[in-house]
Design a protein around this ligand. Structure first.
Ligand code: B1M
Length: 213
């Protein structure tokens, strides 16, 4: 078995020290942080998702796998976020109300930082007021990014958009959304400015917006 597949398996098994050790050793062998993420860590979480859905494993196992994934992400974070340039812009990102999933959001944050963007991370379970207050404190922010992983919480994205609209601030910020259940069509239905299917394209979209404004 190749070391990247081994890393997927180690994440799947929730072996956090093993995930760190393998990530370190893959980096030492010259494997890129991107490949470690895309060919090692993410496939491991994908298997976890499938097993969880099929009731083959339960929340504790998912949490343990998520912790292993985060431990490995800590190792590649400095590489993915390294940038020598001046920040191209500033954005706020958070997972919406009722939703505690943060691995995807954290990846979007890392990729954005790596693209030279300053990111204000307001965490998970963020109410419309939390997004709004963060904006009030940082009015130089041009983009709000929202993440949702549950079909029951993705609807809360619209409440955030409505909050900005009713405050007359909707044209001051671009609002982009993402997360596994979110689609381009949903984005346009709720009046978001855009949707990104993954962290790399989210960072690209953000950068395009900053460069255009
Ligand atoms: Co949750 N969970 N979970 N879970 N969990 C899912 C999402 C689920 C699909 C599993 C399943 O049934 N197959 C399912 C949702 C079903 C649905 O609504 N359609 C589910 C469920 C049901 C639940 C609970 C309700 C379970 C329960 O309690 N009965 C519960 C809810 C808790 C809550 O939030 N209130 C719950 C809890 C948890 C844990 C806490 C155990 C844990 C989260 C740990 C953590 O995040 N710190 C967890 C996990 C880990 C998952 C799965 C297995 C993996 C999610 C993940 O991290 N993926 C997930 C199954 C799956 O998705 N396959 C599942 C990896 C991550 C990199 O991908 O987040 O999609 P993702 O992010 C991508 C893109 O979507 C995009 O970029 C990222 C990288 O490319 N992206 C954005 C994300 N956000 C973006 C924002 C942007 C742009 C792009 O802004 C512009």
């Amino acid at each position: 078995m190749g070391k990247l597949s081994e890393l997927s398996l180690v994440v799947e098994k929730g072996n956090a020290p093993g995930a760190k050790e393998l990530t370190d050793s893959l980096l030492a062998e010259g494997i890129s942080a991107q490949d470690i993420l895309n060919k090692g860590l993410l496939p491991g979480m994908e298997v976890i998702g499938i097993k969880f859905k099929n009731n083959e494993i339960y929340i504790p196992e998912v949490l343990i796998a998520a912790r292993a994934m985060s431990t490995a992400m800590d190792v590649i974070r400095p590489i993915l976020t390294a940038t020598g340039v001046e920040p191209v812009g500033k954005l706020i990102i958070g997972t919406v109300k009722g939703d505690l999933h943060d691995i995807g959001k954290n990846l979007v944050k890392m990729m954005s930082q790596g693209a030279g963007i300053e990111v204000i991370d307001i965490g998970t379970d963020c109410s419309p007021d939390k997004f709004f207050d963060a904006y009030q404190e940082n009015q130089d922010v041009k983009i709000i990014g929202m993440s949702a992983l549950l079909t029951t919480t993705m609807t809360n994205m619209k409440s955030v958009i409505d909050k900005f609209s009713s405050a007359g601030l909707r044209d001051k910020v671009k609002i982009l959304i993402g997360g596994a259940p979110v689609t381009e069509q949903f984005a346009s239905e709720i009046g978001a400015d855009g949707y990104a299917p993954d962290a790399a394209s989210a960072a690209e979209n953000f950068k395009e917006i900053f460069l255009a404004n």
